[in-house]
Design a binder for this molecule. Structure first.
Ligand code: 13P
Ligand code: SF4
Length: 327
């Protein structure tokens, strides 16, 4: 940032040349992974070094399918806690490990299971649709789960006579309600990272790069979504930018996404969406996983994710419904 003028220097992720060779530590991770019959699942927001050793890099929906169908002995989940927990819920026979157990999610924390239970007790006709960014306890109290990639499809299948409570992301909930015309109550939670993007800053970039479409995640606030050319999940961002005729895009989501886009579409340029005081936006939880922690976690096969069986069974039903409804 330029302190004198307070004008942000845009952060460009430009076309990359030949793919860099794996480092010593990355090679050791790949070797250990084969030796232990492990699979490495990586969310799009992870650092580049981790994405490079992943067997699959994707969004929450893609990762849930991959976790469910995996026959590896160990699932190493490079993402945040609720994602690894979801992998354990859908595939309990596997050992699921996460490089950093403290990698949580502010959005997930905004909806404690006890509060949701109280709401349901007081409003028995409620149909709870939970965004996957929530704890196993919240999933266990929900009727169906959704991700940003399938939220519209899921809401369209909720019985018409039921009142929907959407938890925990009010921004995604508001967006999906606008897309489907279905009214719903919104839990007052949000992602601390995505709400940092502001309309003023994104607008500045739009004026600066008039040919670059703005692609925003639905966790952004409405004023940002309103000026976006496309609002979609991280996975859809890849296909949107691939098929669009433009060669430059403004990507309004967590910075890790730029690495995925650069690797998949090496000939195009991506500009990280700005917040009021930063030219990019890292999720502090996603960035807790490091390449050293990944190696250590594979070596020690810990920390391991454990979900009590009764909660797991109750949480599995709405996830399974989602996986079936979004086929
Ligand atoms: P996606 O499912 O779109 O990858 O989003 C996950 C997430 O945590 C967004 O903040
Ligand atoms: Fe949670 Fe936001 Fe981080 Fe996604 S970006 S993991 S919603 S805190």
């Amino acid at each position: 940032m330029n302190a004198d003028t307070d004008i942000l220097e845009p952060m460009f992720f430009k076309p990359i040349g030949q793919k860099a060779k794996l480092s010593k530590i990355q090679k050791e991770i790949v070797r250990l992974k084969k030796e232990k019959n492990a699979v490495i699942l990586v969310h799009n927001y992870q650092i580049d070094e981790i994405q490079e050793v992943g067997d699959f890099v994707g969004d929450s929906l893609g990762l849930s399918y991959k976790a469910a169908e995996s026959d590896a002995d160990i699932i190493v989940f490079c993402g945040v806690h609720f994602m690894a927990e979801t992998a354990k819920i859908v595939n309990p026979a596997r050992k699921v490990i996460l490089p950093e157990l403290e990698a949580g999610c502010s959005l997930s924390d905004s909806c404690p299971a006890e509060k949701l239970k109280k709401y349901k007790d007081e409003n028995p006709n409620t149909y709870v649709v939970a965004y996957i960014n929530c704890s196993a306890g919240v999933k266990a109290l929900s009727d169906v789960i959704c991700t940003s990639g399938n939220a519209v499809k899921i809401i369209e299948q909720v019985p018409k006579d039921r009142e929907i409570l959407f938890v925990p992301d009010q921004n995604l909930g508001q967006w999906v309600s606008q897309q489907t015309g279905r009214s719903m109550k919104l839990w007052p939670g949000s992602c601390y990272a995505h709400v940092l993007f502001t309309q003023d800053k994104v607008q500045e970039y739009k004026l600066k790069f008039p040919d670059a479409p703005v692609v925003a995640h639905p966790e952004c606030v409405q004023s940002v979504r309103d000026i976006a050319d496309e609002v979609c999940s991280t996975e859809k961002m890849v296909s949107f930018c691939k098929s669009h005729s433009s060669d430059t895009f403004i990507i309004v989501t967590e910075t890790g996404m730029m690495h995925r886009l650069q690797r998949e579409i090496p000939e195009k340029t991506f500009i990280a969406g700005p917040t009021d005081n930063c030219a990019c936006n890292d999720c502090r939880y996603m960035k807790m996983n490091t390449i050293d922690k990944l190696l250590e976690c594979l070596k020690s096969e810990s920390p391991e994710i454990d979900v009590p069986e009764t909660i797991r069974e109750q949480a599995f039903a709405p996830i399974d419904r989602m996986l079936k409804w979004s086929l």
